[in-house]
Design a protein around this ligand. Sequence first.
Ligand code: ATP
Ligand code: MG
Length: 364
Amino acid sequence: MARIITITSGKGGVGKTSISLNLSLSLASKGFKVCLFDADLGLANVNILTGIYPKKDLESVISGQFRLNEIIIKDYQGIDIIPGSSGVGKIADLTRTQTGTLISAFLDLEEYDYFIFDTSAGISSQVLSFCMASHEIILVATCEPTSLTDAYSMLKVLSKYEYNSPVKVIINQVKSGKAAQKAYGQLKKTVNKFLPVKLSPLGIVASDKNVRAAVISQTPFCMLFPDTIATKCIHSIAHKLMNKAGGISDMPLELFWDKCLSFLEKHHKPEKEAVSPKETVPKEAVPKETIEEKKEQDPEIKKVLSHIESKLSGLIKEVSDIKQFLKRSDASPKRVTAKALKPPEPKEISLDFESWLKKKRLAQ
Ligand SMILES: Nc1ncnc2c1ncn2[C@@H]1O[C@H](COP(=O)(O)OP(=O)(O)OP(=O)(O)O)[C@@H](O)[C@H]1O
Ligand SMILES: [Mg+2]
C-alpha cells in the first residue's frame, strides 16, 4: 500500500520532472520510502536530470526479458527509480497475459510509502490513465497564459472522465508571489465556474537559476544546492503533502494498475486521435492581458504596424502599375523556352560540283 501521486501539467516544459525528482528526494530525506516512476513516453526525463542512463526499461519487463526488480535503479540518493520510457507506450497495447505479467511484477515489489509518476506533456490516453488511476494528482503550471489554458484543458478532460478527488496545484517558476496568486486565482475561478473538479493549492516553486545549473550538472537541485530558494520551496511542499493527506488512504499497487489498464482498454486511441490539449477553453481561463491585447495597446507597436501596412499597400500598387504598363506596351519579357536556347541550325552547304569548280577557278 502506498500513496500514489501522478504529476501532470498539460503543457510541456513547466517543471514536472524537476518537481517529481526533487519532491521524491525531499520525501525520502524525511524518512519515507519513495519510488519514482518515469512515465514519460518520449525522452526519459529523469535520466537527463540524474545522469543515469539505464540499458533496461519497462519494455524489457513487458517482453518478459527481465523482472521488474532487475530494472529498478535502487537507492539513487535514497529513492528507487523505475525507468518506464518506451515501455509506457506499450502498456496500451498489452495482451491479457502481458497485463497479468505487469500487474504481478508490481506485486513482487517491496513496500513503498510513496509512488510518484512523472508523466509526459499533453493529454494522451496514457497520461490520462495514470491520472485516473491514482488517488492524487499534482498539476504543475506556470504563470504563463499558455500553461494556464493547458492546465484548464487537462482539468476539463479529467472532469469529463469524472475524476472526483481534489487536484493539488503547484505554480512553478514563480517570479513574484503576487503573480503566482493571480495565476492560481484565475485558474481556480474558471474551474469553479465551469467544471465540477475541485482545486487545492499545494505550493509554489520560485524561479531559480540554480535549477538550470543543476540540470547542466545532472544532479538534482535539492542535492546540489540544499540552501537555494527552489529547494526550500520543495521541502515546504513535501511537508504540506505528508501532513495533508486530506482523507486520502493508501492504495494497493495492483488496484492502481488494474484501473490504469481498464481505462486504456476503454479509451485508448491511436496517438493522432488522442485528445488535443487545445480543447476549447473559456475566455476566462486566459489571463486578460494576452499578447494580442498588448499589441493593440502598445502605441510603439501600433506605430510600427501602421508604417508596415502603408509600405505594403504602396508596394502592391507599384506592382499592379508595372503589370498594367507591360500589358499596354507588350514589353513583357518573352518566355525563354528550351527551343530558344538551341543553337541556330547551320546553313546548308551546296554540293553542286559545277559551282564549286567555278569558285576554285576564280580563286586561281
Ligand atoms: N523553478 C524553476 N526555476 C528555474 N528553472 C526551472 C524551474 N523549474 C524548471 N525549470 C527549468 O525548466 C526546464 C523544464 O523543466 P522540466 O524538464 O522539469 O519540465 P517538464 O514539465 O518535465 O518538461 P516535459 O514536459 O518536456 O517533460 C528545465 O530546463 C528546468 O531547469
Ligand atoms: Mg518531464
